[in-house]
Write a protein that binds this ligand. Structure first.
Ligand code: HPA
Length: 232
């Protein structure tokens, strides 16, 4: 086992879908995978491996925020040999055109986190999606008639910011939505030369103050997971 994951070597597939919420990991495993078994319950951060159309795949909760998620990304890559990580999560819209239930592919992830400015002193690093996964996700969504948007997202270190208008500067520079993990994922994927993509569904809007209902969240989550599983 690794420090935070109790799976045996070989028990985790090379491709892992990662929602923030461990209960979402359980739901994805039970809803989409065949022969899924739970390999991790350390700290309640559930992880499952099963198959999808005969191909092995794992689903692992990441927790909320870059520090929690990076622990799991790091151990999956370094202790379990994971090669593809697909974040499946929710985000808050920063743009009028990005509506509740929309699916966003994060091409790049800006951040308020210090992980890269403490590394690249006096310079900015631009964490980006893996192009092959991005292209495949966009093509599959188009083929299935699932509307997607793609662009820059913000991985914020704070869910509750001081000023509710803070988002407007990011919005002005074209950032589509806010979540809390993608920038950490793209950075660590680059560092260890693995492939990563964050697929997000819009659960709330900073522009209009709307929030999706639990039912709406479930149905858009299905489309997002469908896209993610077709990357296998
Ligand atoms: N802020 C940060 N992360 C989020 C949000 C939000 O409004 N919605 C979903 N994830």
């Amino acid at each position: 086992m690794s420090t935070h994951i109790e799976a045996k070597k070989g028990e985790i597939a090379q491709t892992v879908l990662m929602p923030g919420d461990p209960m979402r990991a359980k739901w994805i495993a039970e809803t989409f995978l065949k022969d899924a078994h739970c390999y991790n319950d350390v700290r309640g951060m559930l992880g499952y491996t099963g198959t999808y159309h005969g191909k092995p795949v794992s689903v692992q909760g990441s927790g909320m925020g870059i520090p929690s998620a990076m622990i799991y990304y790091h151990e999956l890559i370094n202790d379990y040999g994971v090669k593809n990580i697909i974040r499946v999560g929710t985000a808050g819209s920063y743009q009028k055109e990005v509506k509740i239930r929309d699916i966003v592919l994060a091409m790049a992830a800006s951040t308020t986190s210090g992980i890269n400015n403490s590394r690249f002193i006096n310079a900015d690093y631009a964490p980006t999606a893996n192009f092959e996964l991005l292209l495949k996700a966009a093509s599959y969504a188009k083929e299935k008639g699932i509307a997607i948007k793609a662009g820059n997202v913000l991985s914020s270190d704070e869910f509750y910011t001081d000023d509710p208008e803070d988002y407007k500067l990011w919005a002005k520079f074209g950032v589509l939505c806010v979540e809390m993990e993608a920038s950490g994922l793209y950075t660590i994927a680059a560092k260890y030369n693995i492939r990563a993509l964050a697929i997000l569904t819009i659960s709330d809007s900073l522009v209009t103050g709307e929030r999706s209902s639990a039912d709406e969240r479930e149905s858009t989550f299905r489309d997002m997971v469908d896209i993610a599983l077709h990357l296998l």
